[in-house]
Design a protein around this ligand. Sequence first.
Ligand SMILES: [Zn+2]
Length: 269
Amino acid sequence: MLDFLTIYIATIIFVFGTVIGSFLNVLIYRLPIGLEFVKTNSMCTDCKHRLYWYDLFPLFSWIFLGGKCRYCKSKISPRYPIVEALNGIFYVLIYFFICGGKAIDGLNLTLVGYMIVFSCLIVTAWIDFEHQIIPDSMWISIFIGGLFIVGDSVIKGEFTKEYIISKIIGLFAVSVFFLLIGLLSRGAWMGGGDVKLMAAAGFVLGWKAIIVSMFFGAFAGVLFAIGRKIVSKKAMRGVIPFGPFLSIGIGICAFIGESIFNWYLNMFI
Ligand SMILES: [Zn+2]
């Protein structure tokens, strides 16, 4: 059952997640247009008024300001609270998956690694959806998150040959397949960003889970395409970026992908 300590830790992790989430919003806005995201002050994208800490309070600022800029009253995208809340929820879920609701003793690199991975997935999904690009900094950070997780298994003595082989095969399991599709279609069906994303995520998840996540991603993409066709009633307009759906697939399969893979195999054996 949930005891007080668990709720207390989960609350702190949620708040921490929303704070990181507000930084992710900065990345989502600034990475595609190449603005420096450390030195520049935060400002309203409409009136350019400088924003202060009380304008940038995760979740609450947007809610209390009614989704409008304090200075010019122009609408602030609901993306801000959505990304903050999503990142907070993901961090709490990761905490339950990794630590099982127990106290965290010392620095848990596995926890940190998965937090990096999930935050990057949010940024990747959002930027790719809006701009059809996957910034290199994102898949590189996902790979670094994977190194944190592997490093932790070494420290804890849980590192096995089988474990690292699964991750190394994971690097290539889906990415090489995507690379071939990209080369055969001359980049029309698959972009380089998708290839690199699936290589980095394959290292984090291992080969079984990354293969399952590819199917989830494809399924989500097809559902979206059908949904958009029904809603817009027009013929398919423009390309649908694959990155957001791959990110959803990776997120779903990060912890349960391997179980799904084994369950599926067992149906035939
Ligand atoms: Zn403004």
